[in-house]
Design a protein around this ligand. Structure first.
Ligand code: NAD
Ligand code: MG
Length: 391
């Protein structure tokens, strides 16, 4: 029987050309593609050739590049396809606030905040990969989703694991949440050894294949720092209820500990398509072609305490959680500036945490945000301070 087009789920993928975006399109393909889903919009940035190819493959109505200078190239690549091309921030916001039932938020960094917020306010279900939204805007973002009426479904593997292990009617009985961390490529390195690494060395993650920013963030453990703050806002837990444990195999994706001593964990191969698939079909579970765990082959799962001296990002996250207010936004913005400086070869690997820490100190006086304007202002101020420190 031909599928009823009215039954199709309307989806938009913000950041479709990235690591999460391409995995999302693969999951959509596996789950029936055009038969089941109507893709309203795909968005990207510089890589308009990939964006156009994706849009043609999934039959998207609209493709948007955030980079205005790439508009002609995108239009060219889409000519004759009937797919609309658009470019720039305003077009991106318009695509995000379109009529989708489900929006994958997979733009990297603070650039993802405004479009994801627009989708949330419009009322779409938000599959949230972009952790920076919650780190910067915190409860203001959660409130925006609630006001819009859509659901907030985490895609970050740790938060998806916690979301899956949380018994909805037992939230009051949660004692702690335990975020697992692979430890990254420098898990066993000394600070002296880390001091001289380049971005090419730092980006080689042992288990996961990811975008550049998150790969570097895994090496410095800034990614885990962001995830601690992300967890606070997603699961409404106190800072002292958030633990981090290093688990080099990346098989246990995270855990929830309850007041009776029970711990529920979610396990799986290190493949983001599992979390993406869960977010796409939630609350249903649907078949996915991903690797199955072979426990006999795995043989062991290791855990070790994180080292906050070698990886100060974790300590900074605790500071941000304790201070509250705009410190998450400040830490995130400073880290983003420092990350770009590191990738460009202007600062060393260890300087990223120093710059974030110093920026947080200098802006510790900022009052808590009462609106998104405050968040954007705090973000901008932190970028200015961090850039000044880099010189
Ligand atoms: P990526 O760098 O591979 O892709 C980023 C996407 O954002 C691309 O489509 C790019 O075109 C777009 N983009 C970049 N700059 C932009 C701008 N200024 N304006 C608009 N669009 C822009 O990143 P990724 O690894 O897919 O990560 C995306 C988000 O998901 C990040 O927030 C990351 O922390 C989070 N995340 C990723 C993974 C992973 O496995 N890759 C896991 C968990 C969470
Ligand atoms: Mg993660």
């Amino acid at each position: 029987m031909a599928p009823d087009t009215r039954q199709k789920r309307r989806i938009t993928i913000l950041g479709s050309t990235g690591s999460i975006g391409t995995s999302t399109l693969d999951v959509v393909r596996q789950r029936g593609g055009r038969e089941r889903y109507e893709v309203l919009a795909l968005t990207g940035n510089g890589n308009v050739e990939l964006l156009a190819a994706q849009a043609k493959e999934c039959g998207a109505r609209l493709a948007v590049t955030a980079d205005e200078s790439r508009y002609a190239a995108l239009k060219d690549a889409l000519s004759g396809s009937g797919i609309e091309a658009a470019a720039g921030r305003a077009a991106l916001l318009e695509a995000a606030s379109g009529d989708a039932d489900w929006v994958m938020a997979a733009i990297v960094g603070t650039a993802g905040l405004a479009p994801t917020l627009a989708a949330a306010e419009r009322g779409a279900d938000i599959a949230l990969a972009n952790k920076e939204c919650l780190v910067s805007a915190g409860d203001l973002f959660v409130d925006a989703v609630a006001r819009g009426g859509g659901r907030l479904i985490p895609v970050d593997s740790e938060h998806s694991a916690i979301f899956q292990a949380l018994e909805e009617d037992q939230r009051h009985a949660v004692e702690r949440i335990v975020l697992t961390a692979s430890g990254g490529p420098f898990r066993t390195w000394s600070r002296k050894e880390m001091a001289g690494v380049t971005a090419d060395i730092a980006r080689a993650h042992p288990n996961w294949s990811m975008g550049l920013k998150i790969s570097i963030g895994s090496a410095s453990m800034f990614n885990k720092a962001l995830e601690m703050i992300e967890a606070k806002h997603l699961f409404d837990v106190r800072p002292e209820q958030i633990e981090v444990i290093v688990h080099p195999q990346s098989i246990v994706h995270s855990m929830v500990g309850y007041v009776d001593g029970s711990v529920l964990a979610q396990l799986g191969a290190p493949d983001m398509r599992t979390a993406i698939g869960y977010a796409l079909t939630y609350p249903e579970r649907a078949p996915l072609d991903v690797d199955r765990l072979d426990f006999a082959k795995l043989a062991r799962l290791d855990f070790e305490a994180p080292d906050e001296v070698r990886f100060p990002a974790l300590r900074l996250a605790r500071t941000a959680l304790t201070r509250g207010g705009l410190q998450g936004a400040v830490m995130n913005a400073a880290e983003e500036v420092a990350f770009h400086a590191f990738v460009a070869g202007h600062i060393g690997f260890l300087a990223m945490a120093d710059i974030a820490e110093e920026t947080m100190e200098r802006l510790a006086h900022l009052p808590p945000a009462s609106s998104m304007d405050d968040v954007f202002a705090g973000d901008e101020e932190a970028r200015r301070v961090a850039a000044g420190l880099i010189g």
